[in-house]
Design a protein around this ligand. Structure first.
Ligand code: ZN
Length: 161
């Protein structure tokens, strides 16, 4: 994805209150390897179980504030975004408030996502060859494209309801 600055990221959130935005702590943006990411995701350093994703879309970046469900929900299930067959990491149930009045009334969207948003790294790993002559690079590109489609759909589903 293209690099984003502090101001763009803060301005991209569609489901965060003014208070939540002022509390938000950003990752070290200079240390982010943007070329290796299909979306930016991080956990808040100071606020327990709060996390964020910023998704590039045709209409610009869309930021989503997420809440992690109680620790007991932590599971070895599939991530809804990268759908890697052998995930090296845990998957967590995150929920996102819908933007506007719906979200204020408690309407949320929940999804299982890699605990520390490792999806971009997971889809970049070469998949095991499925058969003789299997095109690993093509399969890798396909998985990256499919991750981008799923994250764009997540952003859309939240906005459109
Ligand atoms: Zn994932």
């Amino acid at each position: 994805m293209l690099p984003l600055d502090d101001k763009t990221i803060r301005g991209a959130f569609i489901n965060a209150s003014r208070k939540e935005l002022s509390d938000l702590s950003l990752p070290d943006l200079d240390a982010v390897d943007w070329d290796a990411l299909d979306y930016l995701g991080w956990r808040d350093r100071r606020i327990a179980r709060r996390a964020y994703v910023v998704i590039p879309t045709d209409d610009g970046p869309v930021g989503i504030l997420l809440r992690q469900a109680e620790a007991s929900y932590r599971t070895r299930a599939q991530c809804a975004l990268c759908q890697d067959v052998t995930l090296p990491n845990e998957v967590v149930f995150y929920s996102a408030k819908r933007p506007g009045p719906a979200g204020r009334n408690g309407d949320t969207v929940g999804t299982l996502i890699c605990a520390d948003f490792q999806c971009s790294a997971n889809v970049r790993k070469p998949p095991p060859p499925a058969y003789l002559g299997f095109d690993i690079e093509a399969a890798r590109q396909e998985r990256m494209a499919s991750l981008r489609t799923r994250i764009a759909n997540l952003a859309r589903s939240l906005v459109e309801g």
